[in-house]
Design a protein around this ligand. Structure first.
Ligand code: COD
Ligand code: ZN
Ligand code: ZN
Length: 398
């Protein structure tokens, strides 16, 4: 029985699972030495190092990471646009297998397939207990870089190394709080569902969970990177009949149409404001707009582009923290709704396993987002692809 379950998985994953079962017997309770990409300081190159990963303490879980995506937020930490403490192990979009658990852990066990949660769900704070909230108060928004007990589980060359975004996944092993990990279907292909750990869920949830796009509606998505494409997938699954993609890079249009955009516009080709063009194109019927760029100007464009009385505009992209917005309150006075969301609005620990099952049921296709797969040690090449704007998502496999 066990053998037949294994046979349905990819060969490499079977091998990892078998190794995992053997290894967690010998590694449980001990320090593990493994490879990780350490960032020693702002704007430094990522350095592949041997690190030590301490065993999980009470209510913590040690995970063998098998696949991790590279997200722009990791680069924001490298450049200093997002607070982090150094040295640090970045990475927050991943999937793996539980190696061992600390005392009191009840929701996962060794051998379980899991996704670490860059937005935890503690289940007890004001956001977690309200059905409409998801921004858990335990989220590490100030870049403390430590687990709940105030320390990290990593050391390298005798120095403590900080964690990132409640996770740290650019490493063969990591330790997270139990509130920052969720168990997923044993049949999930980890090198695909790792994207559910951040980029995909952020965009897809903006449409499905936050905006609650209605069937037959007209949607406009500003920015056709991995997050914007995931918004398009959400609009399509929700039954939108028109989905208009906007990007200044026309090379993004082909993929946008492949995932569900019905038409695409390059603002550089326009002589009138985009809100007016969209109003004319759609006979004044834009129900939903999404901003997945993270620029103050396009946030206002997206707001102005949804219908003046019943339209909803969702902020998905986050402008650099120093930027303030100026806008005409009349845009809201006439009835528009302006909403924001983090992580698509999903309650991470509860909702991610459902998204993984939806993927396995072929409700959406993550393959469209994965343009490059590289061995973990080629992480620098993966970041170069991000900088060149080539492809959508790079997945690193361990
Ligand atoms: N007009 C139209 N399109 C533009 C413009 C413009 N003025 N400027 C840039 N673009 C396009 C680019 O050509 C590109 O195609 C796209 O916008 C942006 O895509 P990417 O590939 O750079 O980025 P994504 O899709 O991976 O992510 C973009 C976000 C803005 C969503 C992301 O950077 C972000 O800020 N996320 C918010 C934080 C968050 O929710 N994080 C979740 C946990 S990390
Ligand atoms: Zn991310
Ligand atoms: Zn909480």
């Amino acid at each position: 029985m066990l053998l037949s379950t294994r046979q349905s998985r990819p060969q490499s994953e079977n091998f990892s699972l078998l190794n995992q079962e053997r290894s967690n017997m010998s590694t449980s309770g001990k320090v593990i030495k493994c490879k990780a990409a350490v960032l020693w300081g702002l704007n430094q190159p990522l350095s592949i190092e041997e690190i030590e990963v301490a065993p999980p303490k009470a209510h913590e879980v040690r995970v063998k990471i098998l696949a991790t995506g590279i997200c722009r937020t990791d680069d924001h930490a490298i450049k200093g646009d997002l607070a982090a403490k150094f040295p640090v192990i970045l990475g927050h979009e991943a999937a793996g297998i539980v190696e061992s658990i600390g005392e009191g852990v009840t929701t996962v066990k060794p051998g379980d397939k899991v996704i670490p949660l860059c937005l935890p769900q503690c289940g007890q704070c004001s956001s977690c207990i309200n059905p409409n909230g998801n921004f858990c108060e335990k989220a590490d928004i100030t870049g403390k870089g430590v687990l709940s007990d105030g320390t990290s589980r990593f050391t390298c060359r005798g120095k403590p190394v900080y964690q990132f975004s409640s996770t740290s996944t650019f490493t063969e092993f990591t330790v997270v709080d139990e509130i920052a990990i969720t168990k997923i279907d044993a049949d999930a292909p980890l090198e695909k569902v790792c994207l559910i750990g951040c980029g995909f869920s952020t965009g897809y949830g903006a449409a499905m969970k936050t905006a609650k796009v209605t069937p037959g509606s007209t949607c406009v998505v500003f920015g056709l990177g991995g997050v914007g494409l995931s918004v398009i997938m959400g609009c399509k699954v929700a039954g939108a009949s028109r989905i208009i993609g906007i990007d200044i890079n026309k090379d993004k249009f082909e993929k946008a149409k492949a995932v569900g955009a019905t038409e695409c516009i390059n603002p550089k080709d326009l002589t009138k404001p985009i809100s007016e063009v969209l109003k004319e194109m759609t006979d004044n019927s834009v129900g939903y707009t999404f901003e997945a760029i993270g620029r103050p100007e396009t946030l206002i464009d997206a707001l102005a582009s949804c219908h003046m009385s019943y339209g909803t505009s969702v902020i998905v992209g986050l402008p650099p923290s120093s930027k303030m917005l100026t806008y005409d309150p009349m845009l809201l006075f006439t009835g528009r709704t302006w909403k924001g969301c983090t992580f698509g609005g999903w309650k991470s620990k509860d909702d991610l396993p459902i998204l993984v099952s939806d993927y396995l049921a072929k409700k959406f296709d993550l393959d469209q987002l994965i343009t490059h797969v590289l061995p973990f040690t080629k992480i620098k090449e993966g970041f170069d692809l991000l900088y060149k704007g080539e492809g959508i998502r790079t997945v690193l496999v361990m």
